[in-house]
Design a protein. Structure first.
Length: 216
């Protein structure tokens, strides 16, 4: 914006997700006056995707947030699971959330999103399950799932779902009691015969859901 001058055009997105092509009428220190030329199409997916990501070690969470936002995620929820390596106190969680939201904002601007994805507060697995079950379709990629039939079935169900949750396990995988708790209320799917890292699994699933949505 600092490099733009009077007469140049830019796209403006509101908090509600509306988009407008505007022209700069004047630009002074601390104030820019724009003239709306026309309303333009939103870049948002028709469906809301909620990504529940088990908290990974290192900077993998930052990668997941950046790529998920580029792919159209609506909300990202960091989840504390039994085999998560990282254990954070309240102060560290608050600091990370602030950084995570800044990464989401930067990724949204870079990918020309019409809205900035929200990074939710950290959740326990129990609370995350309750929140995820509110969606029309709940997907749980699981490294021990066999075959791709369930995955194919899940992708066909995307057509009728308005809200979709994706539950991604930690580096150490889902605990037995965690995966048992979702088998009857969520759709457990396979991402293939290879074992994927937690960040790769998140990006892969987001990509599948995004493409299935865009192709409808």
């Amino acid at each position: 914006m600092l490099r733009m001058r009077q007469g140049e055009q830019l796209r403006v997105s509101t908090h509600e997700g509306d988009n407008y092509l505007c022209q700069i009428d004047s630009a002074d220190k601390g104030q820019v006056t724009l003239r709306v030329l026309e309303e333009v199409a939103s870049t948002e997916l028709e469906k809301r995707i909620y990504l529940f990501q088990a908290v990974p070690k290192g900077d993998r969470m930052e990668t997941v947030i950046e790529k998920a936002v580029e792919l159209g995620v609506y909300e990202i929820i960091p989840v504390e699971m039994k085999y998560c390596v990282v254990k954070l106190d309240a102060k560290k969680k608050a600091a990370r959330l602030k950084r995570y939201q800044a990464i989401a904002e930067s990724a949204a601007k870079q990918s020309k999103r019409s809205r900035i994805s929200v990074v939710h507060d950290f959740m326990t697995y129990r609370d995350a399950m309750a929140y995820a079950k509110e969606c029309d379709l709940c997907l749980v990629p699981y490294e021990c799932a066999k075959g791709m039939e369930a995955t194919k079935d899940a992708l066909t169900k995307i057509r009728d779902a308005k809200t979709i949750s994706i539950m991604i396990g930690p580096e150490g995988g889902f605990a037995k009691e965690e995966i048992d708790a979702v088998k009857d209320c969520m759709q457990v799917v396979s991402l293939g015969s290879r074992i994927l890292r937690t960040d790769t699994a998140a990006i892969t699933t987001m990509s599948m859901v995004m493409l299935a949505t865009e192709m409808q």
